[in-house]
Write a protein that binds this ligand. Structure first.
Ligand code: NI
Length: 183
């Protein structure tokens, strides 16, 4: 089932998320719905707050980026209660977008390498390292769980330039190819 994607301005995107309980009803179905919603919107990642749920849960599939970023090959994950263990001091800047901020793209500095621990949809624990664009997607989605969005990283000047676009997103006044929820 395709879920509406909550747009920038919706309070749920600014909330600290809660741990997913092991007996959370319909967790596998929710994860399947999040993947379906993400693919339909042509995104490479989606965090639970973006579908209105204040939970520590994210999905990603960056395989579509693998021509340009080989590290993304087969990088499809559901992460329940992820915990960032390490982030490299070395950073890379690349352009990002977000399904909750349609039409906005900005360069963001992110750690080149990360190590993360999480449970998959079967609640099995994994610990892994990711780098390059794969690490970027994880960091982008992970910060949604902390109540942040990628434009929090950009300068006040850049944000000023995006201001009218941001206001239109808040009011739901933009064209979008997928279902959204604004005011
Ligand atoms: Ni995002």
């Amino acid at each position: 089932m395709i879920l509406p994607i909550y747009l920038y301005g919706q309070p749920v995107l600014r909330k600290h998320t809660e741990l997913v309980q092991k007996d959370y009803p319909g967790l596998k179905e929710l994860i399947a719905n999040m993947f379906e919603t993400m693919y339909k919107a042509e995104g490479v990642g989606l965090a639970a707050p973006q579908v209105g749920l204040s939970l520590r849960l994210l999905v990603l599939d960056a395989d579509v980026m693998s021509d340009d970023y080989p590290e993304c090959k087969g990088f499809k994950r559901a992460m329940v209660n992820p915990e960032m263990l390490e982030m490299s001091e070395e950073q890379l800047a690349e352009e990002e977008g977000c399904l909750s901020l349609p039409g906005i793209h900005e360069k963001v500095l992110r750690a080149k390498k990360i190590r993360i621990k999480y449970m998959d949809e079967n609640l099995e624990i994994h610990e892994e390292e990711a780098e390059g664009f794969a690490a970027r997607v994880v960091q982008h989605e992970y910060e949604h769980l902390e109540g942040h969005v990628f434009i929090d990283h950009i300068s006040a000047i850049r944000r000023q330039l995006d201001k009218s676009k941001l206001n239109n997103i808040i009011k739901g006044r933009m064209r979008c190819s997928y279902r959204t929820k604004a005011i």
